[in-house]
Ligand binder design. Structure first.
Ligand code: GLN
Length: 499
């Protein structure tokens, strides 16, 4: 065929290899997460508040370990080894959950199963640390630095993420969330197989397809690297550390939140104590920090999907359509569907606005994203306002919420990622990507905490409290997200001119 030029719209085959690998991995991550809190509450007999915090602790650590995985990959392993090791670990973690879910029950009578739960999640957290940062950064290495196709490549990659999430979530909901707690194990088994498949596909295609436009192989082990084996020896230490943190945090010794604080301080010190940065560099870095702060409010509200919003779908929502009752966990899928359809449309909207010179600057787009998030919860508030006991809410409200949240995500998530890429001085590129990940870690932790305040109609205890306010019903609960997201949107809007 035709030789490809740099401005061609077709993409290197390597992109599709990374697309496929990431698709299977996201199948396994989102598929598992979709049924996690239901598994914890219905099979492991945890209460909703505990299960929520547990979910937040797990997802938070998932975003923390890429700091370590990125570092080890840059110094010792390279992208390829990291992705394969991470993928195998995550598959192992899913299979551990499969065994955990094959003999489920409350901790008093099923202690071993509870240990397997921690172990499975811990192994996955470590594995993700190696996998996620490396697969994302490899996408860029397939193109030359100035290649205009890079943005489009990340959009395509983002669609792969959500396609995987869609397929995984659909399968795990249908085979795992059946109403019979012993079926959850099939969901975890499917996720383990998907993760293995992704790793095998990557291993098969890596030498053939992962190279620069000029044919140089990418993602290999750094040349001067010793210490490859040393890192393997470190893995059990890392796992023990993660398990300790996860266990302590869930045993009511707040461990993760202070850890995140220390990480932020440490990274800030490493960056801002560098005297070689120009004034413009420092300004760019400040923008990354400020924007990351606002992003926390976004994901903390957004990531209610597999937690409080799934409790809501399970207990408070009419899920029957054409005489068939849908599993509660399947509704999160709407996000993936809307993103796959919406990502190319959104790219077109920005390009069309750009042609007229009216494309909003990134911080403004992100403020719009927060506004959509608030709007989603506002619609929900209408649905649950004056809800009488025993009455179920129409699924329209949750569908509308996921639609608005997905539009918001598309305004904020890919935009934020490329903003970090553009503003970060080369020297601190990975470290500032870590700041972005840390924002996610903090947000996910907060998401678990917020979900623990879900007003359980079955509970007879005192109403949950947030900053002195009582959360008496679902209306109050969802209103918290309306107010916090709207406030963040307005402040970011006011700041965006300056940023
Ligand atoms: N859905 C995207 C992914 O899984 C982004 C998630 C996030 O940044 N919190 O990669």
């Amino acid at each position: 065929g035709q030789p490809l030029s740099a401005d061609s719209t077709s993409h290197p085959r390597g992109l599709y290899l990374l697309f496929a690998t990431e698709m299977w991995e996201r199948f396994s991550y989102y598929g598992m997460r979709a049924v996690l809190v239901l598994f914890l509450t219905k099979a492991m007999m945890m209460d909703k508040a505990f299960a929520s915090k547990f979910y937040g602790g797990y997802t938070s650590l998932v975003y923390l370990t890429p700091l370590i995985g990125g570092f080890i990959s840059d110094r010792y392993w390279g992208n390829r080894r990291s992705i394969i090791t991470g993928g195998l670990l995550m598959a192992l973690g899913q299979f551990t959950l499969f065994f955990c879910a094959s003999n489920y029950g409350p901790v008093e009578s099923h202690a071993l199963s509870h240990w397997l739960l921690y172990l499975g999640l811990g192994v996955m957290i470590v594995g993700n640390g190696f996998f996620k940062p490396n697969i994302s950064s490899m996408v860029g290495t397939l193109y030359s630095a100035t290649d205009k196709r890079k943005d489009a490549a990340y959009t395509i990659f983002y669609m792969g993420i959500n396609l995987g999430s869609f397929i995984g979530n659909t399968i795990t909901s249908l085979i795992g969330d059946t109403g019979n707690p012993s079926d959850f194990r099939w969901a975890f088994l499917a996720c383990g197989i998907a993760m293995l498949l992704g790793t095998v596909v990557f291993n098969w295609g890596k030498d053939k397809y992962l190279h620069t436009p000029t044919g140089e192989q990418v993602g290999l082990t750094p040349v001067q690297s010793g210490g490859i084996m040393g890192v393997y020896a470190l893995l059990p230490v890392l796992l023990a550390l993660i398990l300790g943190i996860l266990w302590l945090d869930s045993a009511k010794f707040p461990t993760i939140a202070p850890l995140l604080g220390v990480a932020v301080l440490g990274i800030s010190y490493m960056i801002f104590s560098d005297k070689s940065l120009s004034g413009a560099d420092v300004k760019g870095i400040m923008v990354i920090f400020i924007v990351s702060f606002f992003v926390v409010f976004f994901w903390a509200a957004f990531e209610q999907a597999p937690a409080s919003l799934t409790f809501f779908a399970d207990e408070q929502m009419d899920r029957t359509i054409f005489g068939y009752t849908l599993p509660a966990s399947i509704f999160q899928n709407l996000n993936a569907i809307f993103v796959v359809i919406g990502a190319p449309l959104m790219a077109m909207v920005w390009t069309a606005l750009g042609r007229r010179g009216a494309e909003p600057p990134s911080p403004l787009k992100m403020s719009i994203g927060l506004a959509f998030l608030a709007a989603g919860y506002l619609v929900m508030c209408f649905g649950v306002n004056n809800l009488q006991p025993g009455v179920k809410v129409s699924m329209f409200f949750l569908v509308a919420l996921y639609f608005l949240h997905s539009v918001g995500e598309l305004c904020l998530s890919p935009i934020g990622l490329s903003l970090v890429n553009k503003l970060a001085p080369v020297k601190f590129a990975s470290l500032l990507m870590a700041v972005w990940f840390l924002a996610n870690a903090a947000a996910n932790y907060l998401a678990g905490y917020m979900s623990s305040l879900y007003p359980d109609p079955a509970s007879t205890g005192p109403a949950p409290q947030l900053l002195g306010f009582q959360i008496n019903n679902l209306y109050d609960f969802f209103m918290v997200f309306v107010v916090s997201a709207a406030a963040a949107a307005i402040i970011l809007f006011l700041l965006s001119g300056k940023l």
